[in-house]
Design a protein around this ligand. Structure first.
Ligand SMILES: *[C@@H]1O[C@H](CO)[C@@H](O)[C@H](O)[C@H]1NC(C)=O
Ligand SMILES: *[C@@H]1O[C@H](CO)[C@@H](O)[C@H](O)[C@H]1NC(C)=O
Ligand SMILES: *[C@@H]1O[C@H](CO)[C@@H](O)[C@H](O)[C@H]1NC(C)=O
Length: 325
C-alpha cells in the first residue's frame, strides 16, 4: 500500500511538468536576447530545458543564499550538455601535492583586487565550445604576472597552448592544467600574442613561430595541494593565481554574490574547470575570492564570479599555480 502510494506520488510528480504561456513568453524573449534560432523540433526540447532551468533559478532565488542565479547564454542547456561542451571530460592529474611555493603566514591585506591596482588584467575572454579553460587560466595569469613585472599588458595566445602543449600532458579542447601549460611555455621558451596566434576554439596543428614569442616563463610555482592560505599569500603579495575547481550544475546559473555549493566535491580528482583568482575580499561577512572566468563578459558579474574563501570550496585549493617571469 505504502509502495503504491509512493509510486503514484512519483508518477504524478513526473507528469506535473506543465508549460504555461508565460514560460514560452520568457523563452522567446530570452531567444531574442541571445540571438537563438532553432528548428521546430529543437524548439520544444529547448523550451522544456529552459523552463526547467528557469524554475530552478527562481526557486533558488526565493531561498536564503549568498549568491543569486540568473538566466544566461547557457539557459537552454542541460548540465550534461554543458559539461560536454565546456568542461574537462576526464580528471587532469592535478596533483602537485607538495608545491615549491613557500608561503608566509602574513600578515596580509584584508582584500586586494588586481584589476584596481593598475592595468594588470586583460578583458574577459570566451573559450566557446572547447574544454580549453586551462589555456585561458594560463594566459590570464601570465598576462598579469608579465604586466606587473614590465608594465605592459598584452593578451596572449590560448590557441598556441591548445595546439602545441600536448607533450606536457595537456589535451587541447579535452583539458589540461595551467601548471603543465606554464611548464610547456618555460621549456618552449615563449608564447605568442593573441593577435599573432588567434583563438579558434578548435584543436589544430601547432603553428608556433619562435621569433614571435612575446611572453616567457622562468620558473613555475606550484602551491601545495589544499594550502588555501598559500593562495592568499601569493595573491596578496605577488600576483593573480591560476586554480582549478569542480563545476556542478548550480554553478552554470551563477549570477552574482558569493558562490558556495553542497553539490561539488573538494578533491584533486574531481576538478573540471580552471580559472584565475585576481583578488579576494569579503561580502556581508563572507570571505571570498574574486575570479576571472572564460565564458564571456555577459556571464556572472561581467564575466567574473565570487566564491567562498577558506573552505577549499569545490576543491579550489587542490591545484593552484603561477609563473615567475
Ligand atoms: C539567511 O542566512 C544567513 C547566513 O546563513 C543567516 O545569518 C540569516 O539569519 C538567514 N536569514 C533568514 C531569514 O533565514
Ligand atoms: C594521467 O596520468 C596517467 C599516468 O601518468 C596517464 O596515463 C593519463 O593519460 C593522465 N591523464 C591525463 C588526463 O593527463
Ligand atoms: C609543478 O606542477 C607540474 C604539473 O602539475 C609539474 O610538472 C612540475 O614538475 C611541478 N613543478 C615543481 C617545481 O614542483
Amino acid at each position: 500500500m505504502i509502495n503504491t502510494l509512493l509510486l503514484l506520488t512519483l508518477v504524478s510528480a513526473a507528469s506535473a511538468f506543465h508549460l504555461f504561456e508565460k514560460d514560452e513568453f520568457h523563452f522567446k524573449s530570452w531567444m531574442v536576447q541571445h540571438n537563438k534560432v532553432y528548428t521546430m523540433r529543437e524548439y520544444h526540447d529547448r523550451l522544456q530545458t529552459f523552463t526547467e532551468n528557469k524554475r530552478r533559478i527562481d526557486k533558488h532565488n526565493e531561498g536564503n543564499h549568498s549568491f543569486t542565479m540568473g538566466l544566461n547564454q547557457f539557459s537552454d542547456m542541460t548540465f550534461g550538455e554543458f559539461r560536454k561542451s565546456f568542461l574537462w571530460s576526464e580528471p587532469q592529474n592535478c596533483s602537485a601535492t607538495q608545491g615549491n611555493f613557500l608561503s608566509s603566514n602574513g600578515p596580509h591585506v584584508d582584500s586586494i583586487d588586481w584589476r584596481k591596482k593598475g592595468n594588470y588584467v586583460t578583458d574577459v575572454k570566451n573559450q566557446g565550445g572547447c574544454g580549453s579553460c586551462w589555456t585561458f587560466s594560463t594566459t590570464g595569469c601570465l598576462e598579469s604576472v608579465t604586466a606587473i613585472a614590465t608594465g605592459k599588458l598584452v593578451p596572449l595566445s590560448e590557441q598556441q597552448l591548445v595546439d602545441c602543449a600536448q607533450d606536457f600532458n595537456n589535451h587541447g579542447c579535452n583539458g589540461g592544467l595551467p601548471s603543465q601549460a606554464f611548464e610547456y611555455i618555460m621549456y618552449n621558451k615563449g608564447v605568442m600574442t593573441e593577435e599573432d596566434y588567434p583563438y579558434t576554439a578548435m584543436d589544430g596543428t601547432c603553428k608556433y613561430k619562435p621569433e614571435r614569442a612575446a611572453a616567457f616563463v622562468k620558473e613555475v610555482m606550484n602551491i601545495t595541494a589544499y594550502d588555501e592560505k598559500g593562495m592568499v599569500d601569493a595573491v596578496a603579495t605577488r600576483n593573480p593565481v591560476s586554480f582549478a575547481f569542480e563545476v556542478t550544475s548550480d554553478f552554470m546559473h551563477y549570477q552574482q554574490g558569493v558562490y558556495t555549493s553542497t553539490e561539488c566535491h573538494s578533491t584533486t580528482d574531481k576538478v573540471n574547470h580552471a580559472v584565475l583568482a585576481v583578488g579576494f575580499g569579503e561580502e556581508k561577512g563572507i570571505p571570498h575570492w574574486i575570479v576571472k572566468n572564460s565564458w564571456g563578459s555577459s556571464w556572472g558579474i561581467d564575466g567574473y564570479f565570487l566564491i567562498v574563501r577558506g573552505k577549499n570550496m569545490c576543491g579550489l585549493a587542490a591545484c593552484s599555480s603561477f609563473p615567475v617571469v
